[in-house]
Design a protein around this ligand. Sequence first.
Ligand code: TXA
Ligand code: MG
Length: 356
Amino acid sequence: MIKTTAKGTKIFTVSSSAAPEIRAVAELIRAGELVAFPTETVYGLGAHALRADAVAKIFAAKERPADNPLIIHIYDLRQLKTLAADIPEEAWQLAHHFWPGPLTLILRKKAQVPDLVTGGLDSVAIRMPNHTLALALLQQADVPVAAPSANLSGRPSPTTADHVLTDLDGRIAAVLDGGPCSVGVESTVLDIRQGEPKILRPGGVTPEEISAVLRRPCSLVHWLPQSEDAPPSPGLKYLHYAPRAPLYLLTGAPERQIKKMQELLQNFQAEGKRVGLLVSQESAGKFSGAEIIVLGSRRRPDQLAAGLFAALRSFDEKQVDVILAEGYSKKGVGLAVMNRLQKAAGPRVINVGGDE
Ligand code: TXA
Ligand code: MG
């Protein structure tokens, strides 16, 4: 089914990778147009990765800083060698194990990758998404596809076609609507070029899983905006995942978090503010009189991840003045959930003591 919005963006709604509409979307990519498409993590904003004119449109549509590089999406391992040089054995091991899936590998770039894609770096980010529609689209386009998350720069990543249109309607040629994304947070970005493998952004694949495959430690890079060194990944410099209202993130023992949240809720309400609460199933019953969004069980980080960005966006719609969010354990994909919540909170993190 095809519809066109009042601002001129085409919506192709498909439910199977055999749908004939995918061919039309693939043709748009080949022609140098921008197309948003679903992946297992979040929706991506795709363009022909080897055409600088097409890639330039991504930065314009998203209002993305030019030094923040893009991930190239592939559907076949054979494409890897055409984009990256000096590929270490461990990169092949990880690709065989985790692809298609939410892992992005940072490798040395080959000359045919435009500098615009890599923000002028000599490295390139590559992944193979685990989504049947994305794979069908990549296969039919049959070119590498550069795709950042399909949101305006700084906003929460989109996990539905509606989210994409909220930010980019009229700025892109088309969106392929394949329903909501399953993982809900972006891919893990891993630098595997030399030394100990370093996670530049935690995501859908956990450090524990990577260590288990490589049989050696894999650590998360820490970099603070105050640092005088260049960030290991340019994306670390920029504001991210920000809902419109300020978000306060609580961390520490769950019972203490609940007490503190009740206290903050009362204080903000006394000031006449509309408060949004982002909580787990276990804590939801402890609150009333606020806009409450329940993400899932605190013991199921996959549930927390799947609903996180949609929740941040729906607080925008509910026009709350302030958001209070519960913090969770960093086990498994909980690490990525806490990373996104911390970025959304910026300096507004309140530690109440004790373990999550
Ligand atoms: O799950 C995902 O990764 C989604 C879907 C669409 O695939 N894409 C995504 O792209 O999240 P984006 O552009 O929103 O985030 C890419 C991140 C940025 O933080 C960027 O700085 C980093 O990857 N990155 C890209 N190329 C890099 C490079 N050569 N070196 C270091 N970091 C890089
Ligand atoms: Mg992004």
